[in-house]
Design a protein. Sequence first.
Length: 263
Amino acid sequence: MKQFSDKIILSGHRGERTVVPENTMAAFRYALECGVDMIETDFHLSGDRHLVLIHDHTLDRTTDGAGFVRDCTLEELRALSAGVKFSEDYREERIPTAEEFFALTADKDILFNLEFKVYPADEGERAFEQAEKLVAMLKEFGIADERVMFNSWSVVLLQYMRRRYGNRFQLHGYYPLELFNDTCEGDLFAYMDWACLFPTADCPARVRPREDYEIVKARGVKPCDHMPAVYTDYARAVGNGTRMFTVDDIRTSDCILRALGVR
């Protein structure tokens, strides 16, 4: 099975979100068909504490429901369409459960980028319950630690994972550090193995300056990028030393990386 290496990783963002509805089983099947190295996806806890895969904290954008994910039971969530707002052809797509996702992907030759979407600042102890449930499910499905990256905009959660599990799992955060939605004591870089370099208001380009990549690398953290399908951005990021692209359009991104000779 695939493990982390020095190879530049191509990761399907929310599975895929250009030709199929994001974070659906259709998206994950499509990503596997495209031959991605990794699937990135998002985990919430339902009101009755089941792990479900959806990006937003609310249902309004991607489903025909409304309100907060955390206020709905699993049965209520599963009654919604997770695809109809993308296309009528996907009306029958549901919000996946973690069990469905891992049943599909556990035995495939891929890596996992699993994002915690329940934050301590919003939902208190449920954030840590989410983490423990997800770790337990990885064990249940026989997914080796070496295939897993945990990702969060909460550095408090990343700190929790590092302190509880040491270096068992790769941890993914963000740079600049001010992008985290909370903070904690200690060196924030110590809670990351990877940092996604995001453009901000003071950095209008899609790719941050080379010196930011150098700052991250100097702290022993691997830089990575979330990219649109634009060749010049990919080339600049590769030149700056990125080690992973999390992408929305897998096939176009794969073509670009092959043209750059890194895939």
